[in-house]
Design a protein around this ligand. Structure first.
Ligand code: ADP
Ligand code: MG
Length: 387
């Protein structure tokens, strides 16, 4: 969808900002450009919508060489989000969000209706916020308006330059998650610039790690963290990359252990006998459809005698996560609840438990899966035990 072919930019004063850039962003993919300040990220991005013209090579958007497209038309067809939203201070939130549709000559009522729809989509009630001015919003709200404005004309491509850079870390994480949810629905082709490796890893389907004016590694977050292509990349992603991998590796059914199970309506005495025979100290309690009800201790069952069912003695399961969630979340649940394992659910249905050993295996699997063509012994692997 966006294709860079040997693109270079030398500014008038002789500064080489980027050199020999070749990479592609697939349709519906989110690629993050990450690197230290001054390495050429913004230059790269602004060449896509011709706010900056390359001095060598060419850029194709949807197969079309952008240098042959009228810059004004090009910019209206590409969403652009910058730090702090870049909003017009003297226009209301609704007018800001309606900017591009208005420029495209939509009827006023249609442009405003579309703007209201987008404000709603980014979590701002148009009735409450539509009439306000940017100065009357928080940083996070301004940023949301910036995203709404960029999406209003439904462009296939979105460029985002440090879009979450100006807000505090908590709001930042919330905006990142909101945007990921949004992206799961709208599936834009996105180029997102950041200097923050955490953000790059969290947001990107793939990441381009920039050195000075060139890409040092272009790969999935897992591969960049698991097998940095150079000492420079290894240093840039940090010594805690084993931990960072936890946030990009999803829990899969194969990672799970199957603990002893007791049925909700089973007699306590029968379950007690079974657990005793298996030498188990506890069991997961499931309903008829395999849904999780909690857990029960073998001791509690043994004390119940002939009376009652497992359901009477079941206790709430505090530590659980949905399948597909990142390992980091499972790890967080283990720590928060001081649990040796977490239950993993698919909707209400119990799939198994993730133990620390399973978590370690899952990390190892993700390194193996990501590192195509790299010898196993070249992979640097920080286990969570070392971290
Ligand atoms: P980043 O976004 O990664 O911080 P930039 O793309 O903004 O980097 O800048 C890359 C390099 O180009 C830097 O050395 C910067 O100083 C230089 N640069 C950016 N814009 C200009 C300009 N208009 N004229 C000269 N040099 C520039
Ligand atoms: Mg920049």
């Amino acid at each position: 969808m966006i294709r860079f072919e040997q693109v270079g930019k030398v500014y008038a004063d002789g500064t080489t900002a980027v050199d020999g850039l070749s990479f592609e962003v697939a349709e519906g993919e989110l690629v993050t450009l990450v690197g230290p300040s001054g390495c050429g990220k913004t230059t790269t991005m602004m060449m896509v919508n011709r706010l900056i013209e390359p001095t060598s090579g060419r850029i194709l958007v949807n197969g079309e060489d952008v240098s042959t497209v009228d810059p004004v038309r090009l910019r209206r067809s590409i969403g652009f989000v910058i730090q702090q939203g870049g909003l017009f201070p003297h226009r209301t939130v609704l007018e800001n969000a309606a900017t591009v549709p208005a420029l495209l000559g939509w009827k006023r009522s249609r442009a405003r209706a579309r703007a209201a729809e987008l404000l709603d989509l980014v979590g701002l009630d148009p009735g409450t916020y539509g009439g306000r001015y940017p100065a009357q919003l928080s940083g996070g709200q301004r940023q949301r308006v910036g995203v709404a404005r960029a999406l209003a004309a439904d462009p296939p491509v979105l460029l985002m330059d440090e879009p979450f850079g100006a807000v505090d870390p908590v709001v930042r994480e919330r905006l990142q998650n909101e945007f990921l949810n949004l992206q799961a629905t709208v599936r834009k082709t996105v180029l997102l610039v950041t200097h923050d490796i955490e953000e790059a890893v969290r947001m990107g389907d793939r990441i381009a790690v920039y050195g000075q004016g060139r890409i040092e590694q272009f790969d999935t977050p897992g591969a960049v963290l698991g097998a940095p292509a150079s000492p420079y990349v290894a240093e840039f992603v940090g010594t805690d990359r084993g931990l960072k991998r936890l946030s990009v590796t999803a829990i899969e059914p194969d990672d799970l252990d199957q603990p002893p199970v007791a049925r909700l309506d089973e007699a306590a005495s029968a379950a007690a006998a079974r657990l005793r025979a298996d030498g188990a100290r506890w069991a997961v309690v499931l309903g008829k459809g395999g849904e999780l009800h909690g857990w029960v201790a073998a001791e509690a069952l043994a004390l119940a005698g002939e009376e009652g069912t497992v359901g009477d003695l079941a206790r709430r399961m505090e530590a659980w996560v949905p399948v597909g969630a990142p390992l980091k979340r499972a790890f967080g649940e283990m720590l928060q609840h001081d649990a040796g394992w977490v239950a993993v659910l698919d909707g209400p249905r119990f799939l198994g438990v993730l133990t620390p050993a399973g978590l370690h295996e899952a990390l190892r699997r993700s390194v193996d899966a990501d590192v195509r063509g790299v010898g196993r012994d070249e992979v640097e692997f920080d286990s969570i035990a070392d971290a």
